[in-house]
Design a protein around this ligand. Structure first.
Ligand code: UGA
Length: 438
């Protein structure tokens, strides 16, 4: 059992803190947002993450997990402090470290006991050294016994608790191997490979992993565009490729491209770091270009099918950047909606979790209570996010209520033959239908 403080209660901090508490540690989670902390203290989750509410409640009741805004209270007796605050993209794609700096300074101001500061936020390579510098300078004249460890996270939104409890690996980087080993004890019961490296290598592993996964998706999306031109089916191509163990079948689903709070920010930040240090990240640039273009291809397809999109009614199923989350950051669904609205289309949409969030920011978007109301009177229906509840819709009912039975299946979820037989004009992504791409 260790006394742990986790600073930042976003996806990463809240899941990490709760899971460490569940493993038997005494965890204090801190956030500077009063609304967030108030809600957490009433067991209201600030985010939608399957299983989280129950796990938080269990661990609060067991007395192992508390939430506070008070740094003194949060850091009291802590032997390890995790930094899990946001690192938003700056103007040039660089990661903005103002929140990380503020946490490092607060730790330096408050702590007197020996402490290991663990960086979980995704930060530019070299930030671990910089955090050590910030703390040392802040403590000038009154040295603190501390060490910085980088511990990148590999949690996926929507399956974050499982990913935490059953990781493929844990990566720890530090100039002080014994500090990294001390942190590794927190993960010992998870029985997964633990890789200990230097600080910068650990930080780089995180960027390289996300960039590789984004590359894999952009690769299959490029293949999907070629498949469309050549009359092949990308879903079968992906299956045929994925059975090769060297390739692997995950992250080979062609679609509207990747979004979320991680891939877009991290690929951009990695490319930015590369340019700053005089290298040419050509592959990363292509990976980002392909991703942007996947959204545009939907609009091109609809323009080709329907003519001008001005005043056409387009229904969109799904708004979150992927299923099982309410997160709409960099969501492909919203990008497509904006492109359609720019062409004068009237767009209506439904999502099982993120409608409240969207209602505040998307004033022109008509939100519907269910998928059938989205289809009603629509000239085309786009599937943007693969939520389970879209898997088995009543397509007879949908067809009867649409103005034109045109479907763009942006996630290759539905059966093209069945829908075509029912009289729909069906377009998937990379499923052998010719289209004039850009
Ligand atoms: C991603 C990584 O998968 C995590 O390992 C990492 O910890 C996290 O970023 C992070 O850096 O914090 P996440 O953003 O939650 O996790 O989402 P993913 O499940 O990786 O999906 C990212 C995007 O790729 C989604 O828009 C998804 O729809 C898309 N995607 C995924 C595809 O288009 N095709 C695929 O085959 C897989």
């Amino acid at each position: 059992m260790s006394n742990i403080c986790v600073i930042g209660t976003g996806y990463v901090g809240l899941v990490t803190g709760t899971c460490f508490a569940d493993l038997g540690n005494n965890v204090r989670c801190l956030d500077i947002d009063p609304e967030r902390i108030n809600k957490l203290n009433q067991n209201i989750m600030p985010i939608y993450e399957p299983g989280l509410e129950q796990l938080v409640s269990q661990n609060v009741k067991a007395g192992r997990l508390t939430f506070t805004m008070d740094y003194q209270e949060a850091l009291k007796d802590a032997v390890i402090a995790f930094i899990a605050v946001g690192t938003p993209s700056g103007m040039e794609g660089e990661a903005d470290l103002k929140y990380v700096r503020s946490v490092a300074e607060s730790i330096a101001d408050i702590v007197d006991q020996p402490i290991i500061i663990v960086n979980k936020s995704t930060v530019p390579v070299g930030t671990g050294d910089w955090v050590a510098d910030v703390v040392t300078k802040r403590r000038a004249g009154k040295p603190l016994d501390f060490c910085v460890v980088s511990n990148p996270e590999f949690l996926r939104e929507g399956s974050a608790i499982n990913d935490f409890m059953m990781p493929d690996r844990v990566v720890l980087g530090s100039v002080d191997r014994s500090a990294a080993e001390r942190v590794s004890q927190l993960y010992a019961t998870l029985r997964c490979p633990i890789l200990i490296t230097d600080l910068r290598t650990a930080e780089m592993i995180k960027y390289a992993s996300n960039a590789f996964l984004a590359t894999k998706i952009s690769f299959i999306n490029e293949m999907s565009n070629i498949c469309e031109e050549l009359g092949a089916d990308v879903t079968q191509v992906a299956r045929g490729m994925g059975l090769d163990k060297r390739i692997g079948s995950e992250f080979l689903d062609a679609g509207l491209g990747w979004g979320g709070s991680c891939f877009p920010k991290d690929v951009k930040a990695l490319a930015h770091m590369a340019v700053l240090h005089g290298t040419h990240p050509q592959l990363l640039q292509a990976v980002m270009d392909i991703n942007r273009n996947q959204r545009r291809r939907v609009v091109l397809r609809l323009r080709k099918e329907l003519g001008s999109l001005n005043d056409k009614v387009i229904g969109v199923l799904g708004l979150s950047f992927k299923p099982n989350t309410d997160d709409i950051r960099e969501s492909p669904a919203l990008d497509v909606i904006h492109l359609l609205q720019n062409e004068g289309a009237q767009v209506k949409a439904y999502d099982p979790q993120s409608m409240e969030l969207v209602a505040n920011s998307e004033k022109q978007l008509k939100l519907c209570e269910n998928p059938y109301l989205v289809a009603e009177g629509a000239d085309a229906l786009i599937l943007a996010t693969m939520w389970n509840e879209f898997k088995q819709l009543d397509f007879e009912k949908i067809k009867a209520s649409m103005k034109q039975p045109v479907i763009v299946d942006g996630r290759n979820l539905w059966d093209p033959d069945a829908l075509s037989k029912m009289g729909f004009t069906y377009y998937g992504v990379g499923r052998g239908v010719k289209v004039n791409g850009e």
